[in-house]
Structures are given as structure tokens and as C-alpha cells.
Ligand binder design. Structure first.
Ligand code: C2O
Ligand code: CU
Ligand code: CU
Length: 470
């Protein structure tokens, strides 16, 4: 551990953060000190079975054309208590951007924070000046104008900050939102929509004794004390007797969840990071690592009227969200028997193989990230095989900018490609002892993109590389 050179940088940043918070202090900071903050903690500690639950928040939807996103401090409700947070447009999570494939995005990012920021559209295929690379970070008071064409298949993407060494802190303090792309192929399936399609941003959090979100990084990754779904602690959602589509994003800095429904009811996974899977898969548990997404169908049958079902994380034993089946409805929604075919990238087309070793907590192939160093170049339009191995301190959720990929193999560890990893992905989990191979082809844009561990503390410590598609 003493050989981790960037550890002191993380510490310096977190020190600055604490100093900044103290200086920012004042009325806004105090306004978040809700009287029920300590009480809430007492209730939980005393009787975990009798937790008071609060309505799930569903962020408002906005269009990507002519949108202004202001990164700014705000006081937000976490359900029973309020907290200071860093937000997009005063909201935790930020507004849900809903776009049609073919739309033009025109988005102004305004930096209302006291430190630099830049926003990355995670999973979006955009040219590099629109990708939110840390070299484009803007100072406090600055504006960054994004303009790009949304030209990709339907999927749940998301947006979050990506400034050099500050991503973990800014995401943890609240800066993140969903970005949903729709297309005609998806529309034709008649999937649950409107109130029956609900984005769920799941993350963990820690609060200080005044109930304010507290970012305490550690080199093993931020380890929060409780979960938030769409920014609400202990949420519930009233549902009808119908099929629901939950668009789940793991927005945590470092935590991996194993999702399950109470009573082991099955659900269908129909999509992931890159959109719809080649076919629906029925499961009773599914893992989701930081930055991964799952597109899940859950049926609440007529017989369940008056009951409640809990979305749980069986790894931590956490109750994430309670579904209260309170309305009898008939929407006629059904799980599609088939999904649109996906053309596999072919191993026979592989023109190059690259090896990436995720070393310790801060290095890829032995090197920590440098903002201006290009670590490798990749030819445009060629299929490549990338092999990820871990050299200690896994798990590492590995993420690539600038392309989506297909998971080809996993050896060691879990030893298989998981059912929810079929189709297209932009983030893949590398557990201890695992080697994961992906097939990838950069056929959207040339330019400078990033490969990094999406455990945000690892990313901030330097487990990231620049590459150039040429
Ligand atoms: Cu979700 Cu490079 O990030
Ligand atoms: Cu990304
Ligand atoms: Cu990592």
C-alpha cells in the first residue's frame, strides 16, 4: 500500500473537500440539518423491521435539445430527512433526459460548484469533444456547450461528472442522472411505459451527524452505510397489478449489488448497458456492478393485490425498495417472447489482441493515469479482443468510452459470461481472479477516449488510461 503513489493525491483532494465544505458553510449548509435526522437513525437502530418508508422519487423527464444542466449545491430531501448535496438543477438524482435515437442534443453545462467539473454521458457514442473527458473540465462559473447527435440503439445511459481526481466525490455528493434513449425497434415491442416504466438509480451513501451526505473515500472504494434509490432512503412505490419495467442503474461509487425480490419471485432481464438483450432471461438474482444497468420486467399479478414485495440486495442484506401492490389494473402488458436479434462481433474478425492488467488500486499495465499521456492507439472500425486481468484489489468494474462491446469470455472466478452480460455492454465486472475478454470495435468516432475502473476511488487514484482511436 505504501507503494501507491497517488494515494496522497486522493487524500489531498478529500482534505480540500472538507476544507471547502467548511468554508462554504453558512446558511445553506445549516439549512440541511433536519430535526428528524438523528431520530431517523434511532428508529433504524432500534427496530430495523419497523423502518418508516417514504415515497420513491421519480425525477422529471427533460429533452436533450436546449437543456441547461447546472451543477450546484442544493438542499434535497432523502425522504424523512434533508441533506446538503451537489446536484444537477437542484435535484438528486438529476432530471431524466429522454431522447429518441436521431435527436440532436444541445446541452449547456453550467458549473455552479466551487471546483472544476465536466459531465460525461456514460454509454453514449459521441465525438470526443462531447465525451466529458477530464481535459475539458470547466472552472467554477464556467459553461460547457455540448452538441451531439444521438445515433444509437435504445438503452439506459446516464450522466455524471468526470473531472480529474474529483469524480468519486462529485458523484457521491449527488451529481448523476439517467439518460434514456428510445428507438423504433424498442417501441414496436410495446414494453411497459408511462407510469409502468420507472428508472431506479441505486447507490449507497453515508451521512454525517447532521444528516448531510458525507464523502469518505477509501482506497478500497467508498463503502456507504445505507442505500438510496432515486435519492430516497427507505423508499416505497405504490404499484398496480401489472407488468412493470424497471430501468436499474447502479450509481454507486464502488458497491456491487445482487438484486432479488423478496420471496424469491422471478423477474425477467431484457436489457443491460447497451440496450436490449438478444432474448429475455428469467432470473431470481442478478448482479449489478457500479455503472452497469439492468432493464428488468417485474409482474405484480392480480393475486398479489394488497401485498408488498421488496427489492433487495442479498449481498449486504439490504432492503432497497418496497413495492406496495395497491391498485387493481389491467394493462395487458406481457413479457416479449423474443427480442430483436443482435449481430455478434466475430472472433474470426479480430485484428489485434490487447492485454490490460488492473494492478493494485491505481494502475493499468503498471501505470497511473496522466491527463495528457496517450497510452495506446486503436484503429477505427477494426474488431479487437481486449483481455482484462486483475493483479490484486479486485473487483474492478471496467468501463470503456467511445464504443460498446460484447463480453466474449470469462475464465477464473465466476468462470462464465453471465446471462445479463449478453448483448452490448459498456462496463464489465472483473472479480478477483478473473480474466475477462471482450470483443470491441470503435466505429462511431475517432478521437481520444478513456478506459478505466468504474470503482470511482480507483479511477480517481489513476486506474485509467487515455487511448486514441485513429
Ligand atoms: Cu461512467 Cu468514464 O465513466
Ligand atoms: Cu463512460
Ligand atoms: Cu478498480
Amino acid at each position: 500500500m505504501s507503494s501507491e503513489p497517488t494515494r496522497t493525491i486522493l487524500d489531498r483532494r478529500s482534505f480540500l473537500r472538507v476544507a471547502g465544505a467548511a468554508a462554504a458553510g453558512g446558511a445553506a449548509w445549516l439549512a440541511g440539518t433536519g430535526p428528524d435526522g438523528p431520530l431517523d437513525a434511532v428508529v433504524e437502530a432500534a427496530r430495523p423491521g419497523a423502518v418508516t418508508r417514504y415515497p420513491l422519487r421519480v425525477p422529471p423527464e427533460v429533452s436533450p435539445s436546449g437543456l441547461t444542466l447546472t451543477a450546484e449545491p442544493a438542499v434535497v430531501s432523502l425522504g424523512g430527512t434533508s441533506s446538503n448535496a451537489w446536484t444537477y438543477n437542484g435535484m438528486l438524482p438529476g432530471p431524466t433526459i429522454r431522447a429518441q435515437s436521431g435527436d440532436s442534443a444541445m446541452i449547456a453545462l453550467v458549473n455552479g460548484l466551487t471546483e472544476e467539473t465536466i459531465t460525461h454521458w456514460h454509454g453514449m457514442l459521441v465525438d470526443d469533444v462531447n465525451d466529458g473527458h477530464p481535459r475539458f473540465a470547466i472552472p467554477p462559473g464556467g459553461t460547457y456547450q455540448y452538441q451531439f447527435l444521438i445515433n444509437q440503439r435504445a438503452a439506459l445511459k446516464w450522466y455524471h461528472p468526470h473531472p480529474h481526481m474529483l469524480t468519486g466525490e462529485q458523484v457521491n455528493l449527488g451529481l448523476a442522472g439517467a439518460l434514456i434513449v428510445n428507438d423504433a425497434e424498442e417501441l414496436a415491442l410495446g414494453l411497459p411505459s408511462g407510469p409502468y416504466e420507472v428508472p431506479l438509480i441505486v447507490r449507497d451513501a453515508t451521512t454525517d451527524r447532521n444528516g448531510n451526505l458525507l464523502y469518505k473515500p477509501s482506497s478500497g472504494g467508498f463503502d456507504g452505510k445505507f442505500s438510496l434509490v432515486n435519492g430516497i432512503k427507505n423508499p416505497y412505490l405504490d404499484v398496480g397489478t401489472a407488468l412493470y419495467r424497471f430501468r436499474i442503474l447502479n450509481g454507486s461509487n464502488a458497491r456491487i449489488y445482487r438484486l432479488a425480490l423478496s420471496n424469491d419471485s422471478a423477474f425477467w432481464v431484457i436489457g443491460n448497458d447497451g440496450g436490449l438483450l438478444p432474448s429475455p432471461v428469467q432470473l431470481t438474482t442478478s448482479d449489478i456492478a457500479p455503472a452497469e444497468r439492468l432493464d428488468v420486467l417485474v409482474d405484480f399479478p392480480q393475486a398479489s393485490l394488497g401485498t408488498s414485495v421488496m427489492l433487495r440486495d442479498v449481498r449486504a442484506g439490504w432492503d432497497l425498495l418496497e413495492f406496495r401492490v395497491v391498485n387493481s389494473v389491467s394493462t395487458g402488458g406481457t413479457v416479449p417472447a423474443t427480442l430483436p436479434a443482435i449481430t455478434p462481433l466475430s472472433i474470426a474478425d479480430v485484428s489485434a489482441t490487447r492485454e490490460f492488467s488492473f494492478d493494485g488500486m491505481s494502475r493499468i499495465n503498471g501505470r497511473t493515469y496522466e491527463l495528457t499521456r496517450i497510452d495506446f492507439t486503436v484503429p477505427f472500425g477494426q474488431t479487437e479482443l481486449w483481455r482484462f486481468t486483475t493483479n490484486g484489489n479486485a473487483p474492478h468494474p471496467v468501463h470503456v468510452h467511445g464504443a460498446v462491446f460484447q463480453v466474449w469470455s470469462r475464465t477464473g472466478g465466476r468462470g462464465a459470461v453471465m446471462p445479463w452480460e449478453r448483448g452490448w455492454k459498456d462496463t464489465v465486472l472483473l472479480e478477483d481472479g478473473e480474466t475477462v475478454e471482450i470483443l470491441i470495435r470503435f466505429d462511431a468516432y475517432a478521437g481520444i477516449y478513456l478506459l478505466h475502473c468504474h470503482k470511482l476511488e480507483h479511477e480517481d487514484m489513476g486506474m485509467m488510461a487515455n487511448f486514441m482511436v485513429v
